[in-house]
Design a protein around this ligand. Structure first.
Ligand SMILES: [Zn+2]
Length: 82
């Protein structure tokens, strides 16, 4: 059983597509529930941590391992929308 490690600033790709067509969400706050914001339309939502863990398909970029990068919202490489 994998335990998903979430960090503020992580970009997550969910199994579900947001109504705006984006799957990628950025973690804003981690606690007993997790607040994420849609990378496409900027709407934020709060999910139970367990629900979110089930909904996550993969972690696109981990804030921990990419701390050298700018903490911007650029998702060009992987989630290219062009
Ligand atoms: Zn959206």
């Amino acid at each position: 059983m994998d335990i998903l490690k979430l960090h503020t600033g992580d970009i997550l790709e969910l199994k579900k597509v947001h109504p705006c067509g984006t799957r990628q969400f950025r973690v804003l706050r981690v606690g007993s529930d997790v607040r994420i914001v849609c990378c496409g339309c900027g709407r934020d939502l709060v999910l139970d941590r367990l629900k979110l863990e089930r909904a996550v398909k993969r972690v696109v970029s981990s804030a921990e391992s990419t701390s050298a990068k700018h903490p911007n919202e650029t998702i060009g490489k992987d989630g290219s929308q062009s």
